[in-house]
Design a protein. Structure first.
Length: 37
């Protein structure tokens, strides 16, 4: 049970990390677009 809980926490952290990375990538893309424009 403890193992499953730990796995769930790790999965959540990975999901949050992926979401944060996506937001950063989008922000970077927007900055690049505005810089070119």
């Amino acid at each position: 049970m403890g193992g499953m809980s730990t796995l769930g926490i790790k999965t959540s952290q990975q999901r949050i990390r992926n979401l944060f990375k996506a937001l950063v990538d989008i922000s970077y893309a927007v900055d690049q677009g505005l810089g070119i424009a």
